[in-house]
Design a protein around this ligand. Structure first.
Ligand SMILES: [Fe+2]
Length: 192
């Protein structure tokens, strides 16, 4: 029997590099939620809100090992970039922009129910980023309290190259947000 659901975003499919499965799992756990690990290998799935009955089909972040062809492509790309300083600089400039203006660069977002929940995650990510395992691979790139980037949200962004919904060589930004109950009038939605 078909389940009656409205269309909604339901999962993000990501990859990790060979050998990074444990680190990827640890990173997902830092985001909170219920982690579901397939003992036979991949994928690993995170039920980010512990609240949608349809998990692991809904409300899920998945991560599995890159395919051999993606890894071969990324390895060749990285070797090529190393040999091409001009192109390598262009990549570095782009990634720097991604990190300094995360709101307008590629990312996906997770909403938390309370400010306390989000602040707990921010602190856990900050502490993890300072450990030997994650040093250089995970960074809290920005925390924007209400009144800075928007008047309605506390936003934090993490940047990592442990998991990505695309090329690991470009890394992944993830937004963590908490929204205030009622937006102030100056940010209330307008209808044309
Ligand atoms: Fe966003």
């Amino acid at each position: 029997m078909a389940t009656d659901v409205s269309p909604h975003l339901n999962h993000v499919e990501m990859v990790h590099a060979p050998g990074d499965r444990a680190l990827a799992l640890e990173l997902l756990a830092l985001l909170g939620g219920r982690l579901s690990v397939n003992p036979t290998g991949s994928p690993v799935a995170l039920d980010i809100g512990n609240q949608i009955a349809g998990f692991p089909h809904d409300n899920a972040l998945y991560v599995s090992e890159v395919t051999p062809r993606q890894w071969a492509f990324e390895s060749a790309l990285n070797n090529f970039l190393e040999a091409q300083p001009q192109l390598s600089d262009l990549r570095s400039n782009y990634v720097a922009d991604v990190r300094t203006t995360p709101q307008t660069s590629f990312h996906f977002g997770i909403r938390y129910g309370t400010r306390d929940q989000l602040e707990e995650r921010i602190e856990a990510i900050r502490q993890a980023s300072e450990t030997d395992r994650f040093r250089g691979r995970l960074e809290l790139t920005g925390v924007y309290p209400p009144g800075t980037y928007t008047n309605t949200m506390l936003q934090a962004f993490l940047y990592t190259d442990v998991i990505a919904a695309g090329l690991l060589s470009l890394g992944q930004h993830i937004e963590l947000q908490w929204r205030m109950d009622a937006p102030p009038l100056d940010e209330a939605p307008t209808v044309a």
